[in-house]
Design a protein around this ligand. Structure first.
Ligand code: ADP
Length: 323
């Protein structure tokens, strides 16, 4: 193998750059040229390729986002439109592809592997941690730390003014960020898509907790079935007439920023592992981590099976709050 393609796709995540760096340097070590593809599958269809040099990946391990750019490309789902991407891959002499992204990106990688018949390896890069088979995805740890730091600040103002705050965090289909940030920030309650939200029960909990308490923080996953923080506040208001309610939507600050130690290390180890897998003749695998060991998972399992947060943690939170 002399040339491998590399793209980042879907939502950006802190640590993607550390993975790009590790892949480029590892490939060079083995005498392989990395072809960086701009803006995910969009750049693949448009042939926007760069031959990566050592200097391209210097000084990027600490930077959030992705230097290659990312995109959500609906056109790539269309077989006719994908033909151009296939031609570009063949013309550039790309013999293997590494895709850093989430499950949507792996679906794209999967169809590409079938149609152009080159090996593909996936690296999980998403703040949501919603990929089956791995204990952590690149970006998740950093995003959690960002949320916890933000909630600490909100707590200061909430307790100064005896306010109830509904803090919305990312997670359209998954409650990993909400549940674990709630535990780590000492939130009073958490609403996630995986469990049924009972508005009245939450109102009653707030009322009983608030005897003598100066504030309550309720973390809301954006994809909770009752809606985001604004919807929850609107629905709960009639039950909590005597309380001052506020919402904060953390939004895109959760994606940005310098990656944590954990994400840099995970990204670096994942990048090395991905190149090694291609060299070993593997295809349609995802790199993962379990008990601090790098592992591989069939890409199809990562695409088709669901990852769910350990909901007993929500029960743990509830136990802490009954005291
Ligand atoms: P993520 O990788 O973070 O889950 P998306 O779900 O937006 O993000 O997927 C990223 C990109 O992967 C899409 O914009 C599209 O180009 C490609 N993709 C997703 N699903 C498919 C599919 N079924 N077939 C081909 N390409 C797909």
């Amino acid at each position: 193998m002399k040339k491998i393609g590399l793209l980042t796709s879907g939502g950006d995540a802190p640590g993607m750059n550390a993975a790009i760096r590790a892949i480029t340097k590892t490939a060079m070590h083995f005498g392989i040229q990395v072809v960086g593809i701009r803006d995910g599958f969009e750049g693949l269809m448009e042939g926007r390729f760069i031959n990566m040099k050592y200097t391209d990946v210097d000084n990027i391990i600490q930077r959030g986002g992705t230097i290659l750019g990312s995109a959500r490309s609906l056109e790539f789902k269309d077989k006719e439109k994908r033909k151009q991407a296939l031609e570009n891959v063949i013309e550039a002499g790309i013999e293997g592809l590494i895709v850093i992204g989430g499950d949507g990106s792996f679906r794209g990688a999967h169809v590409l592997a079938q149609e152009v018949n080159i090996p593909v390896i996936g690296i999980p890069g998403t703040i949501d941690n919603d990929l089956y088979g791995t204990e952590a995805t690149i970006g998740y740890d950093t995003a959690l730390n960002t949320i916890v730091a933000a909630v600490d600040k909100i707590r200061d103002t909430a307790s100064s003014h005896k306010r109830i705050f509904f803090v919305e965090v990312m997670g359209r289909d998954s409650g990993f960020l909400a549940l674990n940030s709630a535990i780590a920030s000492g939130a009073e309650s958490v609403l996630i898509p995986e469990t049924i939200t009972d508005i009245e029960a939450i109102a009653n909990q707030i009322k009983s907790q608030n005897k003598g308490r100066r504030s309550s923080i309720i973390i809301v996953a954006e994809g909770d079935e009752e809606g985001g923080a604004m919807d929850i506040m609107r629905k709960i208001k009639p039950h909590l007439e005597d309380f001052e309610l506020r919402t904060t939507i953390l939004g895109h600050i959760q994606r940005g920023g310098s990656p944590s130690y954990f994400d840099r290390a995970l990204a670096t180890r994942s990048g090395i592992k991905a190149v090694e897998l291609l060299l070993a003749g593997e295809t349609e695998k995802m790199v993962g981590i379990k008990a601090d060991e790098m592992i591989t998972i069939d890409l199809i399992d990562a695409i088709e099976k669901n990852a769910t947060p350990k909901v007993e943690r929500e029960e743990l939170l509830a136990k802490l709050l009954t005291k």
